[in-house]
Design a protein around this ligand. Sequence first.
Ligand SMILES: *[C@@H]1O[C@H](CO)[C@@H](O)[C@H](O)[C@H]1NC(C)=O
Ligand SMILES: *[C@@H]1O[C@H](CO)[C@@H](O)[C@H](O)[C@H]1NC(C)=O
Length: 304
Amino acid sequence: MASSGFPCSSPAMFKALLFASLALTALAAPAKRQSISTLSTTQIGTYKPYTWYASAAYCSPSTTINWSCGSNCEANAGFEPVASGGDGTFIQYWYVGYDPSLKTVIVAHQGTDVSKIVPDLEDIDFTLEVLDATLFPGMSSSLEVHSGFAGTQAASALDVLTAVKTAMSKYDTSTVTVTGHSLGAAIALLDYVFLKAQLPSAAVSMIGYGLPRVGNQAFANYVDSIGGITHVNNQKDPVPIVPGMFLGFRHPSGEIHIQASGSWDACPGQDNDSDLCEVGDVPTIFESVESDHVGPYDGVTMGC
Ligand SMILES: *[C@@H]1O[C@H](CO)[C@@H](O)[C@H](O)[C@H]1NC(C)=O
Ligand SMILES: *[C@@H]1O[C@H](CO)[C@@H](O)[C@H](O)[C@H]1NC(C)=O
């Protein structure tokens, strides 16, 4: 799969970060188990088309442009592609099109390997930076995001915007759903904020899988204030706990956590520390299971 394009981490810094993370865990409040709601089978099923769309973003643009990407495409057979792009190295693959049964424009972004993204996001050399004023007009300068994610989202942003406008006009709809897994979920979250800012009349939503932390507390609060997102985390996936909260990163609300039993639990608030939710279930990278990153998400394993 594609490189995420972040610089490598130094082993000494990596260790220092892990110890800092352990120390913080020791201070954390005891895990809670109250009022987390479990989704019904029907509710879980409503996510399935978006899960396949996130997985299809790992397929090359030459196969998403004519929807010939195999099982990921066949799962949403009625999809009408509008544009595809990316090179899988410097620009993650992406595609835009329309789902006639869900009646929404779909925007999807390719993710990356867990073995690549975790060390990248543990890297102390990250910077939090303000959102680009051209792509994100009128945002407060208190909103900061990971510089690697900002650069990756910016690489496809204008092509995606053009394709979304084309699809909205062609299919006469104002509904847009952005999705992705891993790094693709991080790009999707930034696209969500970007498309809402660029297309004020559109109804934009975002469903992500294995989402890393993208921005600071002010950014998470802003996402919550403009409607919020859904991010689905599978069992002991390490990616949703990086970069660490001790570095100033915070998830927006909207977590759904998949248990080993296969049940999906909706976790209220930002970074809920209940042991039924990601932060409580996976307090440090040592308790994580890398192979949980790809899924399965209700039977769907991410990848092309
Ligand atoms: C889709 O495009 C690819 C690459 O151009 C081509 O090889 C393939 O035959 C096309 N498939 C369909 C179903 O049109
Ligand atoms: C986690 O969820 C519980 C149960 O609904 C809630 O009482 C608690 O406030 C939440 N914690 C956070 C940090 O949002």
